[in-house]
Design a protein around this ligand. Structure first.
Ligand code: CS2
Length: 483
């Protein structure tokens, strides 16, 4: 038996569940990219808005690729459980905020209609770094991407995120329900600005007047989102089924921690986000940089070094004292590039991050974080490296993390186990590795694909680190940090 509206009253008494009238909920939010992160993060805040009695904030979720999430959620009437795990503590909450799930490739016009609907006030996005289809070096749309080429030619059946948004905004402008807030919730610096430029670059060639309307009427606030949400496993679903007494195919698991910092720049209606723990501010960038460079930077370093060492989970890596010392050294370097906002105590933040990484109940896979490295490294590791180099400061520890990414591209762990590189530019990364046996040339070719160039000192540091990683392995490199 599945979790659903009909089976909700069978759940154990301590499971939190919607106490509001779900039938009266209106869909005020369209969310693009209805993956686990959205369900464990923004959806819980909209759930709090609904629970407070403001029933305008139901979510129409949009899957951008496969029907899988729709097929998990629709038979459950949109209900799913957030399983919060910390050590042996577990808190279960059934979320009722999702009112419908659309699958964009099946019916893009339904997504367009949802964006144009007068009931929609907010469009939110978690489409990952690669979903924006922006060329990092130039800031323009990826001219070589076949789906971008198609959407630039015609928006009859949009295939990309910028294409769907522009078609939706065009329909909204024509129908006249007025302003809209479109909010990126991806781990990119200046995510609102990036999204706005992707949308305007798509709109301009279709209709300059539409582009001007979007520029004037649509708000694209910056945001910082934070919650560790590992991919759900079959074992997680089986365990939850035992507890609930019904099967939940759409569950997500997460740590208790949740942070959402949003630029106070909206067009049209919005929920009282501050009442539900969201931090509204005029300056998101300092929060975003601290999170990207400390949490995500360490995550990527842990993923590649731990992954090369054959360690499956983040908590296993930070259980090694030398690896913890390495993470602290990485933070010592990155922290000097930050301008921490008032209210962020870096010492406390770092201590809290280490404790979050050590949460063994999450079972957060290094391979999951290693995914899409080409999209993640620039803001997490390369930006602090460039800033430190510009000041003449050393970057040995950040460079070791980048060297581990470079070695990762060989597709073998230190024990020789082969794995596939999961990255949107895996082909080009593979050619760069296969193209030369010379470490220096390989460093240049791989970082060149990320639009990054090195100075002579940094180049030498990276080459030495890649060669040493190959000789002694990731664990021995980490051991050098033992204090
Ligand atoms: C992780 C993030 O997979 C990754 O790249 O670094 O998903 C991380 O868990 C979140 O950003 C935490 O907020």
């Amino acid at each position: 038996m599945r979790l659903s509206q009909a089976t909700l009253d069978r759940l154990p008494a301590d499971v939190v569940r919607p106490a509001y009238d779900r039938a009266s909920v209106r869909p005020g939010v369209v969310h693009l990219g209805i993956g686990a992160f959205h369900r464990a993060h923004q959806a819980t805040i909209f759930e709090a808005a609904l629970a407070s009695g403001d029933l305008r904030w139901g979510i129409i979720g949009v899957s951008l690729r496969s029907p899988q999430v729709r097929d998990q959620l629709v038979p459950q009437d949109g209900l799913y459980t957030v399983v919060e795990r910390d050590g042996s503590d577990e808190r279960l909450q059934v979320i009722g905020a999702i009112v419908d799930v659309l699958v964009a490739p099946e019916d893009p016009s339904a997504v367009v209609a949802a964006i144009a609907s007068p009931e929609t006030h907010l469009v939110t996005l978690t489409v990952t770094e690669k979903g924006y289809k922006l060329d990092r070096a130039t800031g323009s749309l990826q001219a070589g991407d076949p789906d971008i080429v198609q959407d630039l030619a015609s928006l009859d059946r949009p295939r990309t995120v910028p294409g769907l948004l522009v078609a939706g905004l065009a329909a909204r402008r024509a129908a006249g329900p007025g302003p809209l807030t479109v909010m990126s919730c991806d781990n990119l610096p200046h995510n609102g600005t990036l999204l706005r430029s992707a949308v305007l670059a798509m709109a301009q060639p279709h209709d300059p007047a539409l582009a001007a309307w979007i520029a004037a009427e649509v708000a694209f606030p910056q945001t910082m989102v934070d919650r560790i949400v590992p991919a759900t496993t079959d074992d997680d679903i089986a365990r939850l089924g035992q507890t609930l007494g019904v099967t939940d195919q759409a569950m997500v698991k997460a740590e208790p921690f949740l942070q959402w910092v949003v630029e106070d720049k909206f067009a049209g209606a919005r929920p009282d986000l501050a009442a539900f723990g969201v931090q509204l501010t005029d300056a998101v960038a300092p929060w975003e940089d601290a999170k990207l460079r400390l949490l995500n930077g360490a995550h990527s370093a842990i993923a590649y070094l731990g992954g090369l060492a054959g360690l499956d989970f983040v908590h296993e890596v930070v259980a090694i004292p030398a690896a913890r010392a390495f993470v602290e050294a990485l933070w010592d370097e990155s922290a000097t590039t930050l301008d921490p906002p008032a209210g962020l105590d870096l010492t406390a933040y770092r201590a809290a991050l280490m404790a979050r990484f050590a949460n063994a109940a999450l079972q957060h896979r290094t391979r999951q974080i290693a995914m899409d490295g080409s999209q993640k490294l620039p803001q997490r590791l390369l930006a602090p490296i460039a800033e430190r180099r510009a000041k003449g400061l050393g970057v040995d520890t950040l460079a070791l993390a980048v060297a581990a990414w470079i070695r990762w591209q060989s597709g073998r762990t230190d024990m020789g186990e082969a794995f596939a590189i999961d990255d949107p530019i895996a082909d080009r990364l593979g050619s760069a590795v296969a193209g030369t046996a010379d470490t220096g040339a390989r460093v240049d070719a791989l970082l060149g694909l990320l639009g990054f160039t090195t100075d002579a000192d940094l180049h030498a540091t990276l080459v030495a680190a890649v060669d040493q990683l190959a000789q002694v392995g990731a664990l021995a490199m980490l051991e050098r940090y033992r204090r």
